[in-house]
Design a binder for this molecule. Sequence first.
Ligand code: ADE
Length: 244
Amino acid sequence: MIGIISAMQEEIQALLHQLQNITTTEKGMRTYYAGTLYHKKVILVFSRWGKVASAVTTTQLINDFNVSEIIFTGVAGGIKNELNIGDIVIGRNLYQHDLNASPFYEKLEIPILKKKYLETSNASKLMEATKLFIRNYNQFISKSDAQFFNITYPNVWFGDIASGDQFISSLKKIKKLNKLIPTATCVEMEGASVAQVCYEYNIPFSIIRIISDKANDNAHIDFPKFANSIASNYALGILKNYFA
Ligand code: ADE
């Protein structure tokens, strides 16, 4: 069974539409949708926003649903100039940018684990699936939605991701983040906490992040519309290739 998590209902909507033979389980204010997606047994859940919400959901998924792998999919704010809205980041190393237990530990270091970041698994397979998807992405999103968000030639990146309990929407914060984690390509609010739970339970973890904004003053504009009409359909197209 493969666990698939998103933070928002909108980000998982296209997957839910394609899910066959659905059974649902309600636990801890979450709905877990088990079923078949492109001939693979999967379980879908939206965790809600933030590191606590996503860590709790991941733990439940691992302990109650016997998952062999977890994939997170959702949107992120690009913090490198080269990244455009509609680009895709396949996660390499996941950092918690708001973790600072100094002077007991170094900045960013996860207490006890002796790590500042956690690595993903299955990245090359996911990169291949994403590169294949990019060639035909317009089969999965409408022309008008692509035009609305100015998406013409989306790129795929294999990059580091910074997670924290903050929606980033200022250049000042981006500058700080660039200094703290120079390799980070984008920011979001869940990936690194899901990565930590997966690491502690020894479950392979990978992550797809679709750039919805540039973490600046405009970051909030049409956020749910992007998640629903673009990110969710991208995830469907990528996972179709990943499962093939
Ligand atoms: N998810 C999508 N855009 C984001 C941003 N700018 N900050 C944090 N999380 C995000």
